[in-house]
Design a protein around this ligand. Structure first.
Ligand code: GDP
Ligand code: MG
Length: 741
């Protein structure tokens, strides 16, 4: 017999699983194709819905033949003519039969064909036997023990050595795993059953032998009293000689196959042994390793075994859980990335360009991606070690939520920015439209409407990001921040609006002053003071109270302007401080406007004309307003001198803003009032300094009130006199001319 390995049964190339998949090769190396095999066979996705069965027994006892018949597998078998060992290491194959003898078999039965051990040297034999037993027990629900009928009762036989090993290994293995102490089913298949000795008798003999073996093994501390039934259930079947009773063998195998369905425990029988209903595959035999982790788990187990390390299944299961949870986490994140990456990309693209983009439907897309990711993780990973699972779940959650947080913060920032811009634009547009339509618009109303609208849009965006039960997706404070910023923008817009209002009112003041002051100066043209006859009961206007009249009319216009300004500003919610500043500015600008108007009136040409008119009026008309016809006897010179002197008194009067009533300048300081506390940077920029009011300006009130400088005054006197002289000469000539006529 060729005790050594031949090329037959070598590890298949990837994807070629003609004879199943080799898990452990003859060099005791673990074969990493297992996962691929499980995926190809679609077992990997089955969760816990699979069954792992191993077969044990001496070499060439027809184990592989049995499995091939039971499960439709194609494990290599010894050719009947050559007779040499074929199975090497450990192979696995999925059951290819759906039914057996008319019964539906359990889903996803995986069978491990373990190399028999008889043909090798004793030391090496024992080593592999022990290792493969450990491996099978750590993973399999059912151990099929293949045995010839004639070996039953031969206590010293090779099978018994194997069973002793199995028992010892089992104790060693599950000593550590006190929490679960899984049971296994030892299922004896008695081959070449002749039929003379009934199965029940063989069964009894075997149980006696097993009990003897159990009592002979040394048990670890604390387990001295343990019984074999504490760890194992037993099952039995007998098969006729395959070659001699071919047909019967086939039908018996089919019947045996029909027992490979799931069953359940119904209680203990009279002898204390457990009884079950249904098939032989009880849930309690299952090692609870999810199918998608089977490959990693078995590899870890084998690594421990082959390196003679203490096999600690709970630790192995924890390590497996860590490994698989990480793997599953990566897998579910790939799907998550597919949904999130384009969004993240868009956002970062926009921010590179300095833009803020509000991604449509972000809340829905992101929360769905999140939910999908967590569900997918939960479905697969929750089958693993609970502690590890919940830790890894938290890790995944914080990763996913971290990504969402960044996205959401960007989204809120963008919505915030867009909202503020839209608000400010909408208000400006409405104001512009209102101005075009004649100024009949309510600024405060526009602001409050637009604010409400904008707040609603922002809130809807923020609300759409909320995920139920997720604390950090509650963005109440962002709503508050947004509102605060809108208020800030509103107050800026209101300032603009106040400025616009102020400009309008100032323009109005200017135009009113232009008319009113112009009128007062025109009156100077009439030498009898005032134009036309004085009204009933009113003192005729005199030139002397010119400034009193101007001041009065000025105060009147300004106070009307002030109340226009204040009313309007209050209508759009301007604060008292804002109104005060506006009024203060208005009074200053009004004074400046008045001064400019007066300067215009006293400009050389203008004033000279008025003085001449004034003089002519006095000179050419008598007191009754009748034009004089000069005769040589008239005191032309006397009338001339009187009229000239009278008009000349106007020049000092005009040169200074001085009230007749108080015999002094008007109370400009009191009129303008103290600078209000609400004045901000920029409020003063466009203001002309006022002498006596702005002390730091260096100009006195006296100067501010001076409308004609000393030089101009003298110049004016000279020019006026020349003009008057001309008129006198002309009058004189006309008197003489009249006489000669
Ligand atoms: P394994 O080494 O245990 O896997 O055994 P094999 O399945 O390779 O079979 C070894 C030899 O036993 C082969 O030549 C088979 O033809 C033969 N064989 C298979 N089944 C039976 C059986 O039921 N009875 C007997 N006597 N021989 C069998
Ligand atoms: Mg074999």
């Amino acid at each position: 017999m060729n005790g050594h390995f031949s090329a037959v049964g070598d590890q298949p190339a990837n994807g070629n699983y003609d004879h199943g998949c080799q898990v452990i090769d003859e060099e005791k190396e673990f074969n990493r194709n297992l996962n691929d095999y499980l995926q190809t066979m679609r077992v990997a996705e089955a969760g816990f819905n699979y069954h792992l069965i191993s077969v044990f027994g001496s070499q060439s006892t027809g184990k592989s033949t049995l499995l091939n018949h039971l499960f439709g597998t194609t494990f290599s078998v010894m050719s009947e003519t050559e007779r040499r060992q074929t199975t090497k290491g450990i192979w696995v194959s999925k059951n290819k039969r759906e039914t057996s003898s008319g019964t539906k078999m359990a889903d996803n039965i995986l069978v491990m064909d373990v190399e028999g051990t008889d043909g090798r040297e004793r030391g090496e034999d024992q080593d592999f036997e022990r290792k493969s037993a450990l491996f099978a027990l750590a993973t399999s629900e059912v151990l099929l023990i293949n045995i010839w009928e004639h070996q039953v009762g031969l206590y010293q036989g090779a099978n018994m050595g194997l069973l002793k090993t199995v028992f010892e290994v089992n104790l060693q293995l599950f000593l550590k795993d006190k929490n679960s102490t899984p049971r296994s089913l030892l299922f004896f298949v008695i081959r070449d059953h002749i039929g003379v000795t009934p199965l029940s008798a063989l069964q009894n003999t075997l149980i006696q032998d097993l009990t003897k073996i159990w009592s002979s093994i040394s048990k670890p501390e604390g387990l001295e009293q343990s019984r074999i039934e504490d760890y194992f259930d037993f099952g039995f079947a007998a098969l006729p000689h395959k070659i001699l009773q071919g047909e019967k063998f086939e039908s018996e195998v089919a019947l045996l196959g029909a027992r490979f369905t799931t069953g359940h425990r119904v209680g203990k029988g009279e002898d204390g042994a457990a009884e079950s209903e249904g098939g032989i595959l009880l849930p309690e035999y299952h090692r609870r390793i999810p199918a998608d982790g089977l490959s990693v788990y078995t590899e870890g187990i084998w690594d421990q075994i082959v390196n003679n390390k203490d096999l600690d299944l709970p630790t192995q299961q924890e390590l497996l859980a860590q490994f698989r949870c990480d793997e599953i986490s990566r897998e579910v994140l790939v799907a998550f990335d597919l949904l999130l990456n384009p969004l993240e990309e868009q956002q970062s693209q926009a921010s590179k360009l300095g833009k803020a983009i509000v991604l449509p439907d972000l809340g829905t897309t992101a929360s769905q991606a999140r939910e999908k990711c967590f569900r997918a993780f939960e479905v697969q990973a929750s089958r693993y070690h609970k502690g590890v699972y919940s830790r890894k779940k938290q890790e995944l959650e914080s990763k996913v939520d971290g990504r969402l947080k960044t996205l959401y913060q960007g989204q809120i920032a963008a919505a915030h920015k867009a909202g503020v811009a839209a608000f400010s634009e909408a208000v400006s547009n409405k104001v512009k439209a209102g101005q075009k339509a004649g100024g009949a618009y309510e600024f405060a109303e526009i602001v409050s409407n637009e604010k409400k609208k904008t707040m609603e849009i922002f809130k809807a965006e923020v609300d759409s990001l909320a995920i139920e039960g997720v604390e950090w997706t509650n963005f109440v404070s962002q709503n508050q921040l947004f509102e605060a910023e809108l208020d800030e923008v509103s107050s800026k817009l209101r300032k603009d609006e106040i400025r616009r209002l102020a400009t309008r009112v100032e323009r109005w003041v200017k135009s009113r002053l232009g008319d009113a002051v112009g009128l007062e100066f025109n009156k100077l043209g009439s030498g009898r003071g005032g134009s036309g006859a004085p009204e009933e009961g009113q003192k005729p206007a005199t030139e002397k109270d010119l400034w009193d009249r101007i001041w009065k009319v000025f105060i009147g216009i300004v106070s009307e302007a002030e109340s226009r300004f204040a009313d309007r500003a209050k209508s759009f919610d301007a604060s008292d401080a804002e109104v005060d500043v506006g009024l203060w500015r208005l009074r200053r600008k009004s004074w400046t406007a008045l001064r400019e108007k007066i300067e215009e009136e006293v400009m050389e040409g203008n004033i000279l004309l008025k003085l001449r008119e004034n003089f002519e009026d006095k000179f050419r008309y008598d007191d009754a307003g009748v034009p004089r016809i000069w005769r040589p006897t008239d005191d032309i010179e006397g009338i001339y001198t009187k009229a000239r002197e009278s008009t000349l008194t106007l020049i000092p009067l005009l040169s200074k803003f001085k009230l007749l009533s108080s015999n002094g300048s008007p109370d400009l300081i009191g009129f303008i009032g103290a600078q209000p506390s609400g004045v901000e940077a920029g409020d003063e920029e466009d203001l002309t300094p006022i002498g006596g009011v702005d002390e730091e300006d260096g100009k006195s009130l006296e100067e501010e009130m001076t409308m004609l400088s000393e030089n101009k005054r003298q110049d004016l006197v000279v020019r006026f006199k020349k003009t008057a002289d001309g008129v006198y000469v002309e009058a004189k000539r006309s008197a003489i001319g009249g006489m000669t006529q």
